[in-house]
Write a protein that binds this ligand. Structure first.
Ligand code: NAD
Length: 368
């Protein structure tokens, strides 16, 4: 076995239906008394609950949140945080709210208490992202890892199906890519495969019965494990492509993950026989069918499967856009199980654009 290093990220997890009622106590446990509460409009009702728990310890409430954390937004939120003299951030919502809280923690070095309401998984990573000039820049800093994460499956019951499915695929992408991303090792693989199992086993039930709190809980566990898998490894080819798509065209982040994941998996699978055997077992399909199984899960979960169907920055994505994406992503990828260049990435993107169902034979052909 290859030698490896695994760093356990230090974060506390509080999980359970009704766990939101513990946010105030968790803040008190951190010894903070000047809290900034970050949330968007969708999270207003549970944010009221948190505000009531915090009482006078909430010194600033911030409602403006946007995908991919525009630098201009982060700067305004940081200025407000400075003026209020905050000593902690509580964020409730999806990855966009967590992302803004991370931007503030990055500059102000204050702890975050995160209450996720989607399956994005950002709350388990030291990764932050900021977007300016059509380019999303990411980095890692231990200061942005939430000190406490409060997972309450009841908060996800109202997440609409068109957000639930792609968000679950965002989580799935963290686990699948952790099988090959730089930093992967037997520990991260175990976490990632368990994440895949939890998501694959619960997503169809959640899509059919959105109010099933138990299934929502299992999906949230899968999302937490997937976030941990991403947090303990790093972004690979798949995440780079999605970040480029998001930065250039402002596509909905989770939708891009749903479409691209089966195609990047089909591209890399031939170079990963051991990892694919584990993934096939986690997905309960024959070896060689992993990418097709993800595509089938996407179809069954009514998530987008064609880049041609995605739009952002006021217009649909065009086939002519793909070359620039392939070139930018190829420039960002430093390591991948298979050598990768922009011409091959263009092929991956074209298959994703058309929404073809990936097959084992196509993947093998593409491996040459
Ligand atoms: P999001 O936070 O923008 O949420 C998507 C939509 O769902 C929003 O309209 C939001 O208001 C709504 N919503 C959220 N929770 C809801 C609920 N319970 N009920 C009803 N509506 C609800 O998107 P996201 O997909 O959660 O996160 C995407 C962002 O997270 C991207 O910017 C991505 O780059 C980032 N991200 C970062 C990391 C990391 O490690 N840094 C990991 C994953 C994702």
């Amino acid at each position: 076995m290859e030698p490896f290093v695994f760093t356990q990220l230090a974060s506390r997890m509080v999980f359970g239906a009704g766990a939101i009622r513990q946010v105030g106590d968790e803040c008190a446990g951190l010894g903070v008394s000047r809290v900034m509460l970050v949330h968007d409009g969708a999270a207003t009702p549970p944010a009221e609950d948190i505000a009531a728990q915090l009482g006078s310890a909430m010194v600033l409430r911030w409602h403006e949140v946007a995908q991919h954390v525009p630098v201009t937004l982060a700067d305004r939120a940081r200025d407000a945080a400075t003026a209020a003299g905050i000593d902690a951030v509580v964020c409730i919502g999806g990855g966009s709210s967590t992302g803004l809280a991370k931007a503030i923690a990055l500059s102000h070095r204050v702890p975050i208490v995160a209450v996720p309401t989607t399956y994005a998984g950002s709350e388990q990573t030291t990764i932050y992202g900021l977007t300016g000039g059509r380019h999303k820049q990411t980095g890692k800093d231990p200061a942005v890892l939430p000190r406490v994460v409060v997972y309450d499956p009841e908060l996800t019951v109202g997440l609409p199906p068109q957000i639930t499915g792609p968000s679950a695929f965002n989580a799935l992408a963290h686990s699948v890519e952790a099988l090959w991303a730089p930093g992967c090792n037997p520990v991260t693989t175990a976490i990632a495969l368990e994440g895949v199992r939890a998501i694959h086993g619960s997503l169809p039930t959640v899509m059919a019965h959105p109010a099933d709190v138990d299934a929502r809980g299992r999906l949230l566990v899968g999302a937490a494990l997937s976030g941990m898998a991403l947090g303990a490894t790093s972004a690979g080819l798949h995440h780079k492509i999605c970040h480029v798509l998001g930065g250039m065209f402002d596509l909905v982040h989770a939708d891009a993950h749903s479409v691209v994941l089966p195609h990047v998996l089909a591209f890399n699978a031939p170079a990963l026989p051991t990892e694919m055997a584990g993934l096939a077992a986690a997905l309960d399909v024959p070896v060689g069918d992993e990418a097709a199984a993800l595509w089938d899960l996407a179809v069954a979960s009514h998530v987008p499967t064609r880049l041609a169907d995605l739009a952002g920055a006021g217009r649909p994505l065009q086939r002519d856009d793909l070359r620039a994406v392939a070139e930018a992503a190829a420039a960002e990828v430093t390591t991948n199980p298979r050598p990768v260049d922009s011409a091959e990435l263009l092929g991956v993107l074209e298959r994703a654009f058309d929404g073809q169902r990936p097959t084992a034979s196509a993947a093998a052909r593409s491996a040459g």
